[in-house]
Structure formats: structure tokens, C-alpha cells
Design a protein around this ligand. Structure first.
Ligand SMILES: C[S@@+](CC[C@H](N)C(=O)[O-])C[C@H]1O[C@@H](n2cnc3c(N)ncnc32)[C@H](O)[C@@H]1O
Length: 340
């Protein structure tokens, strides 16, 4: 899973090494953590500004993987010799959001917007247009986000879309979707601190109707399905766990249960290109179809025996691109899949 790896901005700085679990529990774990994942946002920084110069994309892209042979829960102690990234560990996020909450309570800071405000705004307006098109019976595969105009009076459709943001963090993506006209909004995160922060911000900003729940997407307790499921940065974080490859399969299993038939899944990643995401979904589809054709598969499975669970619909085309190693790429990819 190559992904586009950005070169370090300063070549004198040694190649970024993914922080290890040993780093996390070292004496200065919070500052290591802050340096490794922060991206400055227009909403204001929450930790020491001088330490917030590292790019979140680089942090996520610097993770190393171990063979997916022996799955273990990230709540367990990890082998300190395994080189991995803290961003794959719940302990990292719990500590990060404890800081974010303190900063919110003491200074009113909102916290970080992953991949920046511009990306968030593109994701929101592109997703909104996609939902309007689908509501009107179109299945767009060339929706040009740069030129697309909101479909006339299309906002009226949005209130009927149920939305789930997995790994919602501070929940600002949902607030932006609410501003566009979505009203049935739920955000989940496995970190209780994230949910406390998201709820506090939503209350402060007048979005008391957004639901926030603690839930691990890999072992989701949600019993409801949603027409729009959205992820910005969560699959990236999950992939950085030492058992990332297995957790990614669990992730797709869970997402396929959470998206209602005919609904869509919109994923934004800085660690996978659009083509890699499509390939990952293709292999997941093949795996599910193969398993469903086994003679002893229970008939009550929600996946049809002949149709793949996900189908590529469209991707954001307006992100700035750059050349690296002879290839053209963008820093982030946003791809939509339709749930059959
Ligand atoms: C890179 S941050 C993105 C936060 C938010 N989506 C945004 O765009 O600002 C990844 C988020 O995923 C959450 N997360 C990671 N693994 C998770 C899991 N298994 N279940 C639920 N949330 C998870 C983390 O707590 C964190 O809030």
C-alpha cells in the first residue's frame, strides 16, 4: 500500500521515523504526540503553537506496518520493539483529546481540523452536491466539484439524509454539514475525550441536535444504518496500528454494515491515493463475494450473492496536485462508494 509519501520539507531533518509505543510512554509523550500529528487550522491551535509545525499528512504517511499475522487489541500492551505509529493507538488519541479538552475549557480553542479547513470545505460541498444528485435520481460519475453548482432547491433533499461521521474527532465536519442543510447527524469516536469535545463544541455553536456517541468503528455497537457515512482521517489512523492490514479489513466489514443499501460512503485519506482506495475496496468486494459463494454461508447475510458490497461512484477532482517521482498526485484523496 504505497500511497503518496511526501518528501520531508527540510532535507537536513532526518527522515521521519514513525514514533514507537516506547516513545508514547516516555517522559515527554505529549510533546512528541503534538509534534507528530498537528496540522494548523483556521479554527486555532490548541497546544503550544511553537510545536505545531509538523504536517499531519507526513505523520500519517510515515507509519510502518508489521505483517498482519497476529492481531491484537490496541488496548493491550504493544511490543515496544515494533516500529509503528502512535496515531494507530487509542491511547494516543485519548491523550491528545485530553489536551484538546483542557484547551477548549481554558481558552475556548476548537482544536485541529484534519487536512485543513480548505479540504474540509471541499469535502462538505462536494458531498452535499453528490447527495443532491443522488436524491434526484442521478448517479453522477463525473461530478466536477470545481464547477458544480448546488442543484436548484436541492437543499430540501438533505434533511432526509441520515449521516454518520466515523472517528469524528472534534465533530466540526458535522457542524459544516449541518450548515449546508443536513440535520440527521451522528458522530462517533472511540475516544471519550473526542466525544466530550465534539459535544461541547456543538453545544457552544448551537448544534445541539447533532448526536455524539463513543463507539469503536471496528466493534461498532450501532444498530442503525445511515444513508451517508463519512470518514476523514480515521481509516488513515486505523491503518497505522501495528495490525493495520487486519484492522482495515475489519473496518470495511463494519462500514458495509453501517451504510444503508443504496447509501454512500465518502472517505478522505492522506495515506492512500484514489486508485489505492478503489483497489482496496475491489479486493474487499472480491473477498466478500468469494465468501458468500461458499456453500455453507448463512443465507441471511446482508450481502447479495452476486453484487459486490461497494461500487465506486466518484472522487474529488479539485484538490491541488503536485509531481513526485514522475507521478502526479494530491495530498489527499476523497472517494465515494455506493453501497449495493
Ligand atoms: C486523523 S483523526 C480525524 C478526526 C476527524 N475525522 C477530522 O477529520 O478532524 C482520526 C480520528 O479517528 C478516531 N479513531 C481512530 N480509530 C478509531 C476507531 N477504531 N473507532 C472510532 N474512532 C477511531 C481517533 O480518535 C481520531 O479522532
Amino acid at each position: 500500500m504505497a500511497g503518496i509519501r511526501l518528501p520531508p520539507e527540510d532535507s537536513d531533518i532526518p527522515q521521519a521515523r514513525a514514533p514507537t509505543y516506547a516513545d508514547l510512554v516516555s517522559d515527554d509523550d505529549r510533546s512528541v504526540a503534538a509534534d507528530s500529528w498537528s496540522i494548523k487550522s483556521d479554527y486555532g491551535s490548541t497546544l503550544d503553537d511553537d510545536q505545531r509545525h509538523a504536517d499531519a499528512s507526513d505523520a500519517l504517511a510515515s507509519g510502518n506496518f508489521r505483517a498482519a499475522s497476529d492481531y491484537s487489541s490496541d488496548k493491550d500492551e504493544l511490543d515496544s520493539e515494533v516500529v509503528t505509529s502512535m496515531l494507530g493507538l487509542q491511547s494516543y488519541w485519548d491523550a491528545a483529546y485530553a489536551d484538546e479538552l483542557t484547551n477548549f475549557r481554558e481558552h475556548g480553542h476548537t482544536g485541529e481540523v484534519w487536512f485543513g479547513v480548505e479540504v474540509m470545505e471541499i469535502v462538505v460541498s462536494w458531498t452535499k452536491n453528490l447527495c443532491i444528485e443522488i436524491s434526484q435520481g442521478h448517479m453522477p460519475n463525473h461530478l466536477d466539484d470545481a464547477k458544480s453548482e448546488p442543484v436548484e432547491q436541492g437543499e430540501k433533499y438533505l434533511s432526509s439524509w441520515s449521516v454518520l461521521d466515523i472517528g469524528t474527532g472534534n465533530g466540526l465536519l458535522l457542524q459544516e454539514l449541518a450548515k449546508q442543510g443536513f440535520s440527521d447527524l451522528t458522530g462517533t469516536d472511540y475516544s471519550e475525550g473526542a466525544i466530550d469535545l465534539a459535544r461541547s463544541l456543538a453545544d457552544r455553536d448551537g448544534f445541539t441536535y447533532i448526536n455524539f456517541l463513543v463507539d469503536d468503528v471496528l466493534e461498532s455497537k450501532l444498530e442503525r444504518q445511515f444513508q451517508l457515512v463519512i470518514d476523514k482521517g480515521t481509516l488513515d489512523a486505523i491503518g497505522l496500528h501495528p495490525d493495520g492490514p487486519i484492522k482495515r479489513i475489519m473496518y470495511w466489514d463494519s462500514v458495509s454494515r453501517l451504510v444503508a443499501p443504496g447509501g454512500i460512503f465518502v472517505v478522505t485519506s492522506c495515506n492512500n491515493t484514489k486508485d489505492e482506495l478503489i483497489r482496496e475496496v475491489d479486493s474487499y468486494n472480491q473477498r466478500v463475494l468469494g465468501a458468500s459463494q461458499e456453500p455453507d454461508t448463512p443465507k441471511d447475510q446482508d450481502v447479495s450473492r452476486d453484487s459486490p458490497p461497494f461500487r465506486y461512484v466518484n472522487h474529488v477532482r479539485s484538490y491541488p496536485t503536485f509531481m513526485f517521482g514522475g507521478s502526479v498526485g494530491s495530498r489527499v484523496a476523497t472517494v465515494a462508494f455506493l453501497r449495493s
